[in-house]
Ligand binder design. Structure first.
Ligand SMILES: Cc1ncc(COP(=O)(O)O)c(C=O)c1O
Length: 462
């Protein structure tokens, strides 16, 4: 008899196939990525690192054959070493980086490792306020990092852009060790050059080096496809990212850096920005993690290989095109968007201002028709973490399914209909949206399913 776990996986396949994924941090991986993740590499321990020459030597044939000395604590590494080297080389090529650490188990681990590599307990870190679009790992008081380092939050201005004047004021008013640009709900393109200039001024004022870090977890796929600027080209020392989301790989983390590439487990001569690649290697292992997940690293290598193909650029362009088209349709229907639109894959809607309902109610109502997104706080949100007034959505997953501007129109229409149903329910004091006009929800549910089935998820069949 099939283990009940697989029954639930079958249910999840059905949910994914018949619904539309609008959560901007989710995507559908290729069959090759899935296969690498489910491979026997999960059986292998390989604490440490393979050799990495840092020569930007892109000869994959050579890498896949060559056996170099390694820095590992276990035997039997001949295949794993070469797979991890391929992942590193491909990541460096994708992002034009001097070095890549492909071992972080997640985006959160990647960020913690960078803080640990560069900062001392009590150091000041400038990072975006969670309520303005930053991420939990950028200093939310509920995290371990916030207990170790002193995070100083900056926000967005009234146009929804980064408040660069505030960043400068804070960087010159506090002896900062690290400036972090990164977010999970921000729709504009950061001015990396401007931030690099602020760093320079702050370094002159404080008389020491300041690490410039970008957490590009959300837009990494767009950067890889060169449809979004790459912070590493503007003087940023480090870029962290997740490998899922727009990059369309397995769930995991990645740290890219610029500087000297040394031997990861040997002593570092001096703690300075030039040596940051090696400091990061040591901070990931043994600093904050144990054995790497080589099956996930193999899947990362496969995903990076896919992102290096010309089709991926077209995919990334289409993500943005679809997001802009969806934003325009939503605005036509009376939705009020944070930042008045989008320049990337993300849209943030103020549901309270648009329809007088909170984001959580709308999230639940959309779930009923197979449209999945998430409630999200807006700058200055009074709704709290569990009942925020906004919702966040994005186009990476539906673009992977091959949808285009015509489908964005349909989506916006359904979203408008559901918003109006929620509004009516709210006005009638209905607490449980599931019990409100179920026949109307059923009709839309059916239409969503029909559209979803016309755009199958690549390589997954019901
Ligand atoms: C900007 C940013 N950084 C870090 C993370 C954390 O990634 P993970 O969930 O893999 O730990 C996320 C995930 O949502 C993110 O959006």
């Amino acid at each position: 008899m099939q283990d009940v776990v697989f029954n639930l996986i079958d249910n999840e396949i059905k949910r994914q196939v018949e619904g539309l994924e609008l959560i901007p941090s989710e995507n559908y991986v290729s069959k090759a990525v899935l296969e690498a993740m489910g491979s026997v590499l999960t059986n292998k321990y390989s604490e440490g690192y393979p050799s990495f020459t840092g020569l930007r030597d892109w000869d994959e044939e050579k890498i896949s054959q060559e056996i170099l000395p390694n820095y590992r604590y276990y035997g039997g590494q001949q295949n794993v070493d070469r797979i991890e080297r391929l992942a590193i080389e491909r990541a460096c090529r994708l992002f034009d980086a001097d070095h890549a650490n492909v071992q972080p188990h997640s985006g959160a681990n990647a960020n913690e490792a960078v803080y640990f590599a560069w900062c001392e307990p009590g150091d000041n870190i400038l990072a975006m306020n969670l309520g303005h679009g930053g991420h939990l790992t950028h200093g939310s008081p509920v995290t371990r990092s916030a207990k170790i380092y002193n995070f100083i939050p900056y926000g967005t201005d009234e146009t929804g852009d980064l408040d660069y004047a505030q960043i400068e004021e804070l960087a010159l008013g506090n002896d900062v060790k690290l400036i972090l640009i990164g977010y999970s709900a921000f729709m504009k393109i950061p001015d990396f050059e401007r931030v690099a200039k602020i760093r320079q001024k702050a370094e002159e004022k404080w008389g020491h080096e300041i690490l410039l870090m970008a957490d590009m977890a959300h837009v990494a796929g767009l950067i890889a496809a060169k449809v979004h600027p790459n912070p590493l080209k503007y003087g940023f020392n480090v870029m962290t990212t997740t490998t899922h989301k727009t990059l369309r790989g397995p769930r995991g983390g990645l740290i890219l850096s610029m500087g000297n590439v040394g031997s990861p487990l040997k002593k570092i001569a001096e703690k300075n920005l030039n040596n940051i690649p090696t400091m990061i290697d040591k901070a990931v292992f043994p600093g904050t993690q144990g054995g790497p997940l080589e099956h996930i690293i193999a899947a990362k290598a496969v995903a990076f290989g896919e992102a290096l193909q010309p089709e991926f650029k077209t995919y990334a362009e289409n993500i943005i095109k679809n997001a802009k088209a969806l934003a325009k349709e939503l605005k036509n229907h009376g939705f009020i968007l944070q930042g008045n639109g989008t320049d990337n894959h993300l849209i943030l809607i103020d549901m309270m201002q648009s329809f007088g309902i909170n984001g959580k109610m709308y999230e639940k109502a959309l779930d009923l028709v197979g449209l999945t997104l998430n409630a999200n706080a807006l700058p200055g949100d009074t709704g709290g973490a569990f009942k925020p007034n906004g919702v966040r959505l994005g186009t990476p997953a539906i673009t992977t399914r091959g949808m285009g501007e015509a489908e964005m129109k349909k989506l916006a229409n359904w979203m408008k209909e559901i918003a109006e149903l929620c509004q009516e329910a709210d006005e009638n004091g209905v607490e449980n949206i599931e019990s409100f006009q179920p026949e109307k929800f059923a009709i839309i549910r059916d239409q969503v399913k029909k559209l979803a089935l016309r755009f199958p998820i690549p390589n997954i069949h019901n």
